[in-house]
Design a protein. Structure first.
Length: 240
């Protein structure tokens, strides 16, 4: 009987080294956070009196950036999210050392992205966010947002539709900005990065730990659902 966990859908070329994957994750996460924070700053400046329009601008830019970044970096490594990396480790797709290196790169990239966004808009390189985001409704929203994201990622991968991941993730995040009360952070590296910018997308450091915890809970629940729905990777022929 086939092992329901160990079969791997390998989106990376055999020649991709750990160093290449680390750099891809660092650069990709930096650009993602720069897109989130930068578009938030631009939105507040361009549409100062309309919060709904600010959120629309922020969500569309984030979704578009995700599509572009995943398409560009997927041949090397394009998780940009410690929760996705942890689930990959849980499924036996990568080793512990690799997972730790990729997560470190994602977190560092997230902070660098925040610094770059601040500098591009002529702000202090680091400004600790003061926006409190706390409450059970926001924590629940982060569980839901992250669960959905991980389900979209691995639902696509385990049904051999790697070419659709970028569009599925970009579309989901754009939508989740609106249907979750937390505006779908759904990513510990992005959450940490956003605490270094006291702007539209910022989150106070005191609020970040619970967001990260709820994201991990959402990822764990999603992993259980993925195991049940897709016990092993399926080929295109098997789905016909």
């Amino acid at each position: 009987m086939a092992d329901p966990v160990s079969p791997r859908i390998e989106p990376l070329p055999a020649s991709a080294t750990l160093a290449q994957r680390v750099v891809a994750e660092l650069v990709g996460t930096a650009f993602l956070v720069a897109a989130v924070i930068g578009s938030g700053i631009a939105a507040t400046r361009l549409s100062p009196d309309d919060v709904g329009l600010q959120l629309l601008e922020n969500s569309l830019v984030t979704g578009a950036a995700l599509v572009a970044l995943i398409l560009a970096l997927q041949p090397v490594s394009a998780a940009f999210n410690p929760v996705v990396t942890v689930v990959e480790r849980a499924f036996g797709l990568i080793g512990t050392t690799t997972a730790a290196a990729l997560i470190a790169a994602q977190v560092i990239g997230g902070v660098l992205g925040a610094v770059l966004a601040n500098l591009m808009f002529d702000l202090s390189p680091v400004s600790i966010a003061t926006t409190d985001r706390t409450g059970s409704h926001l924590w629940l929203a982060e569980v839901v947002a992250t669960l959905g994201l991980v389900l979209v990622v691995f639902g696509s991968l385990r049904t051999q539709r790697t070419s659709t991941v970028a569009f599925a993730v970009g579309g989901y995040i754009t939508a989740a900005y609106w249907f979750t009360s937390s505006t779908s952070f759904a990513n510990p590296a992005v959450t940490i990065g956003r605490s270094f910018s006291d702007t539209f997308a910022g989150i106070a450091p005191a609020s970040a730990p619970m967001f990260v915890l709820m994201q991990l809970v959402g990822g764990a629940l999603a992993a259980l659902i993925v195991r049940f729905l897709f016990p092993e990777p399926r080929t295109t022929e098997e789905m016909r």
